[in-house]
Design a binder for this molecule. Structure first.
Ligand code: PLP
Length: 444
C-alpha cells in the first residue's frame, strides 16, 4: 500500500468530520463499510484510522469501534485568513504536524532539566547539534558534525548572521533574480546590494553568475538549490557542481539556503558538498514541521566556525534550548522525518490538483508553490486585488524581484489552505478570475 494512499484517505475522513458528516462522539463506520464509501481497501482504512488516532482526531476502543474526539482537543479556531483561502503563506500543512509536535513538547516538558535551562557553552547541547547533523545529512549534506554545526533560530537568522559576518555595508551579494521577500528585506536592512542572477528551470545559471561576478564583484553568492521560492526550480547535481565550481574559481563564499531540501523525493547532494571549505549550509524545521519551533541549523567551514559562533553569541547569546530539545526529540524518534515525507506527499497531491484546476500542463511547478505567469504586471496586480475581494490571498511577482524587470507572475502557496476541498474551491474561484482576465481588456 502506498504511503500516500492512507494519508489521503485519512485527510478525506478528517474533512468529513470537519464538515459535520461524522459529528463529535459519533462512531465512524467499520473498516469494510468506510472502505466501500471511499473506494479503497479495509487495510487502508485501518491505517488511516490509526493515523487519525495518533493525531488525536479519533479514539479507538477494542470491540467498540472508532469514535470522533471533540475538535477543541485538536485544533484552535481558524485564523481570519483561514476562513478565506490563504495562498500567501509558505508553511507546512500544520494540522498534520500539530499532534506530533504536542507529543514531543509534552515529553520535553516532563523531562525538562536544569541543563536545558542554563546558558550553555558553544551553540547548544551536543545532543541537539547531533540531531541537527542527522537532519541535514538525511537530505543530502555531507561532512556535518557537532564541531562544524551551530544551532540558530531559523534560516533567516542564519542568513542575517552570515551576511553580517562575510560582507560590509554597500557590498554586493549575488542572489537568484527572483527570491523570497525575507532575503530582499534583509539586504535592505543591512544595506547590502543584492544583484540578481538569471535563472532557468534549474535555478541560477552558471553563465549568469559568472557575468554578475565580472560586473559587480560580489563577496557572497546565495543559492537555493531545491524547490526555490518562488519559482519552484530545483538544481540537478550537475548544476550544483557547476555553481560550486564558479564559487571556487572566484574564491567567493557560498551560502546555501536549503530550507526545502526535504522535499526532494530522494536526497540530492548539497552544493556545499563540492566546496566544503567555501560554503555555509543552512536549513531549518520551519517548512517541514513548523516555523514556530524556531529551529535552524548552520554548517560552516571550520575556518569560519568560531567567528560565526561569536556572531551568534553577540546576537542571541543562545538559541532556545527548549525549542531545540523539541526538535531533537522529533528527530530522534523519527517523527520529524515521517512528517517531512507526509508534507512532501501532500505537496505533490496539491500540485496535481492545482495543475488540473488551473490547466498548467505546460508550466514547470514543484514543491509548495505555483509561480503562475500572466500577461503583465498590471494583470498580476489586478488578479491579487480581485482575489482579495473574494477572501483569496496571494502575492504579486514584483515582491520577489531583485533585478528589474519583474516577471509577470503571481505566487500561490499551496500548503496553508486548510483542506483539499477548500484548496480546490479556492483554485476554481481563481480560475474564473483568470478566465475573465483572458477575455478582458486589462493590459497584457
Ligand atoms: C527560501 C527560504 N529561505 C528561508 C526562509 C525562512 O526560513 P526560517 O523560518 O527557517 O527562517 C524561507 C521562508 O519562507 C524561505 O522561503
Amino acid at each position: 500500500m502506498s504511503e500516500t494512499k492512507f494519508r489521503l484517505i485519512a485527510r478525506k475522513i478528517e474533512e468529513r468530520i470537519e464538515q459535520g458528516e461524522y459529528p463529535t462522539h459519533s462512531k465512524l463506520p467499520p473498516h469494510r463499510i468506510m472502505a466501500d464509501v471511499l473506494e479503497t481497501t479495509p487495510t487502508t482504512i485501518a491505517k488511516a484510522y490509526n493515523l487519525l488516532a495518533d493525531k488525536g482526531r479519533v479514539e479507538s476502543f477494542v470491540g467498540r469501534g472508532t469514535f470522533v474526539k471533540p475538535a477543541n482537543d485538536v485544533d484552535p479556531a481558524p485564523s481570519l485568513a483561514e476562513q478565506g483561502f490563504d495562498f500567501s503563506i509558505t508553511q507546512p500543512y500544520l494540522p498534520e504536524n500539530l499532534p506530533f509536535i504536542k507529543k514531543a513538547m509534552e515529553k520535553v516538558s516532563r523531562n525538562l532539566n536544569l541543563q536545558q535551562l542554563t546558558y550553555i557553552e558553544h551553540s547548544g547541547l551536543d545532543a541537539h547539534r547531533q540531531a541537527a547533523v542527522e537532519w541535514a545529512k538525511r537530505y543530502g549534506l555531507e561532512g556535518g558534525n557537532t564541531d562544524n554545526t551551530l544551532l540558530t533560530h531559523g534560516v533567516q537568522h542564519s542568513l542575517s548572521l552570515l551576511l553580517t559576518l562575510l560582507t560590509s555595508e554597500g557590498d554586493c551579494v549575488a542572489v537568484e533574480a527572483q527570491t523570497y521577500p525575507g532575503m530582499i528585506a534583509l539586504g535592505e536592512l543591512l544595506g547590502r546590494r543584492l544583484v540578481g542572477v538569471k535563472m532557468d528551470e534549474q535555478g541560477m545559471t552558471p553563465q549568469s553568475l559568472k557575468q554578475v561576478i565580472a560586473e559587480h564583484a560580489p563577496k557572497v553568492v546565495i543559492a537555493t538549490p531545491s524547490f526555490q521560492n518562488p519559482t519552484g526550480a530545483t538544481m540537478s547535481v550537475e548544476r550544483r557542481q557547476q555553481i560550486a565550481q564558479v564559487v571556487e574559481d572566484h574564491q567567493l563564499w557560498l551560502i546555501e539556503d536549503d530550507a526545502f531540501g526535504f522535499l526532494n523525493p530522494q536526497p540530492v547532494a548539497a552544493i556545499s558538498n563540492f566546496i566544503p571549505q567555501r560554503a555555509c549550509h543552512l536549513t531549518s524545521l520551519s517548512k517541514a514541521l513548523s516555523p514556530s519551533l524556531n529551529c535552524g541549523f548552520l554548517k560552516a567551514p571550520l575556518s569560519l566556525i568560531e567567528k560565526v559562533n561569536a556572531h551568534l553569541r553577540a546576537n542571541v547569546y543562545l538559541s532556545s534550548s527548549v525549542g531545540h530539545a523539541t526538535a531533537c526529540e522529533l528527530i530522534k524518534t523519527g517523527d520529524a522525518f515521517k512528517l517531512a515525507s507526509g508534507q512532501r506527499e501532500l505537496a505533490q497531491a496539491r500540485q496535481a490538483i492545482a495543475r488540473q484546476v488551473l490547466n498548467l500542463a505546460s508550466i514547470h511547478t514543484g514543491g509548495y508553490h505555483i509561480w503562475l505567469p500572466l500577461g503583465s504586471q498590471t494583470q498580476a496586480h489586478w488578479l491579487v486585488e480581485q482575489a482579495r475581494k473574494q477572501n483569496i490571498y496571494l502575492r504579486a511577482g514584483d515582491q520577489f524581484t531583485v533585478s528589474e524587470p519583474a516577471q509577470h507572475c503571481v505566487r500561490l502557496s499551496l500548503m496553508s489552505v486548510s483542506s483539499e476541498s477548500k484548496l480546490t474551491q479556492g483554485l476554481v474561484m481563481l480560475n474564473t478570475l483568470l478566465d475573465s482576465l483572458r477575455t478582458s481588456a486589462i493590459a497584457s
